[in-house]
Design a binder for this molecule. Sequence first.
Ligand code: ADP
Ligand code: PHD
Length: 463
Amino acid sequence: MKVAKFGGTSVASAEQLKKVANIIKADPERKIIVVSAPGKRFKEDTKVTDLLIALGERALKGESTDEQLTAIINRYKDIAEDLNLSKEIVDEIAENLKELVNSDCSNKERFMDRLKASGEDNNAKLFANYLNSIGIAASYVNPKEAGIIVTDDPGNAQTLPETYENLKKLKDRKEVLVVPGFFGFSPEGNLVTFSRGGSDITGSILAAGVDAELYENFTDVDSVFVANPNIVENPKEIKELTYKEMRELSYAGFSVFHDEALIPAFRAGIPVCIKNTNNPSAPGTLIVAKRDYSKEPVAGIASDTGFCSIYVSKYLMNREIGFGRRLLQILEDEGISYEHMPSGIDDTSIILRENQLTPEKEERVLKRIKTELNVDTISIRHNQAVIMVVGEGMTSYIGISAKATAAFARAGVNIEMINQGSSEVSMMFAVAAEDAPKAVQALYNEFFANTKEQEMPLVLEMK
Ligand SMILES: Nc1ncnc2c1ncn2[C@@H]1O[C@H](COP(=O)(O)OP(=O)(O)O)[C@@H](O)[C@H]1O
Ligand SMILES: N[C@@H](CC(=O)OP(=O)(O)O)C(=O)O
C-alpha cells in the first residue's frame, strides 16, 4: 500500500485533478490519497488557504466578507463544473463556508483554524466525488474518523502517539481513501491545524500508521534540487537524500517538503519519494536512511531569512557556572525558542526567529539579560539569514568548510557567524539577509557547478 499526497499546485484546477486521478489509476497500490486545498494556478494566483485567512480576518473585524466568500466558492465551482460534477457538491461547499464564517468566533484561533482547514476538507470531498464519477471507488475520510489526534495548539499542532494505533484500521478498507491534509483533532474534539504546509505531515502520519511501502509526495517539480530553483537557475537534481539531510534542508528553506513531515516516516522506516504531478514518469527524489556519500558529500545548500541574533559578552563567561542556563531561562520565561547558539570563551550568540519578538518584548529581553546576568555587552542584529550546507557525507571529507568559506570570500559575503554540530550533518552560516542569494549561488558554484572561476582550488580529500 502506498500513501500519496498531492500539494496545492497539484489540486489547483480541474486539469490538475484529472492528472491526479490518472496517477491513482496507474498504480492500484496508491490507496490513501491526501489532498491540500487548491493552490496557485499561476504565479500571481492566491492559494485558497490564503483566501480563507483573509476571509476569517475580515469576519473577526466585523467587516463584509462577501468578496472573499465569492472568490473561494468560485474556485470550487470552476473545478466542479470542469469536472462535470453535480451542482449539489458546490452548494454543499458554499453552505459549509457560510456556516463556518457565521459560527462562534469568541475563540479567534479556533475560528481561524476551522476556516483554514475547510480548504482541504472541501477539496477532499470534491475529489472523492470526482473519483467515483469516473468509476474509481473512493470515500472521503475525515481526520476525526481516521483518528488523527493532535495537541491543542491552534496553527501549530503536534501529532499524539495514539494516532498511529488508530490509523491501522484504514488498512482494511478496500476503496481509495481521500483524506484532507493539514489538520487533526485534539483529545477534547477541537479541530486544530498543523503549521503552514502541513498537509505533508498528514501524509507522513498516514504512511507510518498504515505501514505503507512508500510515501509519495506529489508537487510541481521533477525532484528536490540541490538549491532552491527560485535562487539558482537550473540547479542540479537530487536522486537520493537521507531523512536527516532532508529535514535539515527543509528546516533551512527547501519549502518543497515540510521539515516536520520527515519524522513519522523516518521512525517507521518508510521511504519518501518527491515526485511531479505534471511529469509522473520522472523518478523524483527518494528519501531513505542511507545513501552513497562518495560522489556527493554535500547534499544541498539551503537558506532562510527572518532571523535575528542576540550577542552577549562577559569576561570569564566560561567559568561562571549556570550562565547558559540562566540566559536560556530568560528566553523560556518570555516564551521564545532559539535556533542556534554558537559560543566562545567570553561570548555567545543566540539566533532566533525574528517574528517571536515585538519591539516591547525585545526591549524587555535585552534589559533582563543585561541586568540579571550582569553582562559586559549586549546587542541585537536584525535581518539575518541562515545558510545551511547539508550532507551526511561531509563527516568523511577534509576541506569542506575551507571550500565554503573560500566561496563566501570570493563572493564578497561577510560571514557573521559559523556553527557546526559534532554530527557534521550541516554547517550553518549566518549572513545579512540581503547577501543570502549571493551566498547560495557562490556555494552552488563551489560544490556543484564545476566552474573554472575558483581562484583557490581546494580538492576534497576523504579522511
Ligand atoms: N531545493 C528545492 N527543490 C525543489 N523545489 C524547491 C526547492 N526549494 C524550494 N522549492 C520550491 O518548492 C515548490 C514546491 O513546494 P510547494 O509550492 O509547497 O508545492 P505544493 O503545492 O506541491 O505543496 C517548488 O515549486 C519550488 O519553487
Ligand atoms: N493548504 C495549507 C497546507 C498545505 O500543505 O498546503 P500546500 O500543499 O499547498 O503546501 C497551506 O497552504 O499551508
